[in-house]
Design a binder for this molecule. Sequence first.
Ligand code: NDP
Length: 601
Amino acid sequence: MSTPSLPEVPEFAEPELAALRERYRAERDRRVRPDGAAQYRRAEGGFGYYAADPYAEEITREPLADRVDAIVLGGGFGGLCAAARLRQQGLERIRIIEKGGDFGGTWYWNRYPGIHCDIESYVYLPLLEEVGSVSRWKYSPGEEIRQHARAIGRTFDLYRDACFQTGVTELRWDDGEWVVRTDRADAMRATYVVVSHGTLDHPKLPGIPGIESFRGHTFHTSRWDYGYTGGGPDGGLTGLADKRVAIIGTGATAIQAVPHLARDAQQLFVFQRTPSSVDVRDNRPTDPEWAASLEPGWHARRRENFQAVVTGQPVTEDLVDDAWTASAAVLGKIISTDARAGWDPEEWERAEELLDFATMNRLRARVEQVVDDPATAELLKPWYRYGCKRPTFSDEYLPAFNRDNVTLVDTADSGGVERFTDDAVVVGGREYAVDCVIFATGFEVGKSDVMTGRLPVHGRDGIRLLDVWRDRGVRTLHGFSSNGFPNLFHLGPLQNASSVNYVHVLDEQAIHVAEVVAEARRRGVKAVEPTAEAELEWVETITASSPDRARFDAECTPGYYNNEGSARPRITFPAGPAAFQRLLREWRSGDGINDVLGDEG
Ligand code: NDP
């Protein structure tokens, strides 16, 4: 085993370091907006059509008032893992309730051209061995991922009880079970409820003046309008051959869509506010011989290996060996880790900053090597620390700017696109006349319907979860469950641990919840509910020792990682995902589990 250590730290002359720090500060300052996160508007009300489902016919069905063992809210990978793991533990009736027309979650909604997984599929996709498949590409296209979600649904017989195109409107604990009401007048009853709403589930739009009056065609990338563009996720957007197209935003989504728009549109304007860091992709088909040689248990081993590498843990081999794992030394600001234990914090911080500068210099040099026009290349260079923004990977994005029909329009000085006229996008007083505007402007982040109050949750004696959390602060045990709300489990980042391979995190959470439920059933315990003491202890653990990333976040260019520049503390298990998963395993097999299984009634 190699011991975790920083790679050789590069040397920088002090004036160069000072200049880089100053440049980062200046680039950040010109992007911070006083309205912060309030600059965006949710796709609802008059903008609700941006979130409408373009893929499924509306179904009709009678309201349900039946009783099932478990109801899972959300049919993305989190919900699918929860349902599959509960099935493995022997639950018979499991109902997933999902707003979309099928399983897949983000991969149901996002079907834009070029869509791919940007974490290696062999570690990203859950339940590969259970379903009996190996993806066809190292980084799967979206459709393959969506089909895998459907295959999980079939393998674990989850279609039988699923309710699609259904939104849950209330959860209420009543007489020892949950009553789940929906926007289809259902009032179903379930012993257990698992909430897995996802973290990036609702499209958001920029509040750009004049957005209502633009008369051309518009849509959000997560509801791609192939009726207008022609083609499909693999490209061939023939409907754009005579169109002037604007895409607003240059995050992970736009990085994948732009090469297709560039190829197929008559004219493409890319409106950029902050450039993404764009590293090497190097996608390739799966080698069938390698796939055939995989031995049982390979998937768990590979996922754990990836998690270990990106959190700086000792490994004998880097199985994934890609741009993520190559950046492991500078991922510490995105993923908590105990790998730095034993280091002098100042020494570590200094080393990490130098490695960060070297990484970002390499990525800026890549822009210069690929993009022919020096002025365009200059605008495409990211000036912030690695991980301030979601890192991206593409071998086609930067070359797209060498095409004659592609124009990069930088909007940093005006805080984004200034306004719309009825036929143009305006930046710096200049009008860019276009036929179509595509919003690649992202999603509301981390605001589950439970946290916003859109989904009221009433526990014992009718108490409201949000009222409790408002009065006493958010309180959970391990992020999963709360006192007063028996048999209710939350999946997601809340008071939990996270990683860049988020589906792995969700699957580990699902395994945990299913094992706790199974143990409760074995012991005949009716209500799984943490004691108030255990809950308080966990909150103290997680808040007292959370690493202070506030300074890093505050110095970052604004984005959803730092709440648009007004950073709030990130409450996450400080030792990282592997340590958290270990803690849960030990808790389940020791006395800890009695903290939630103490109540026989
Ligand atoms: P993001 O939130 O990452 O990006 C939104 C973009 O819109 C940013 O470039 C932002 O600029 C820009 N923007 C917003 N408002 C304006 C404005 N008024 N004028 C000009 N530009 C504006 O959304 P994405 O959909 O790209 O990605 C969301 C997340 O989805 C990713 O971070 C990633 O986690 C996930 N994803 C994952 C993929 C995968 O393969 N696993 C693939 C694609 C996405 P600025 O940066 O300045 O705010």
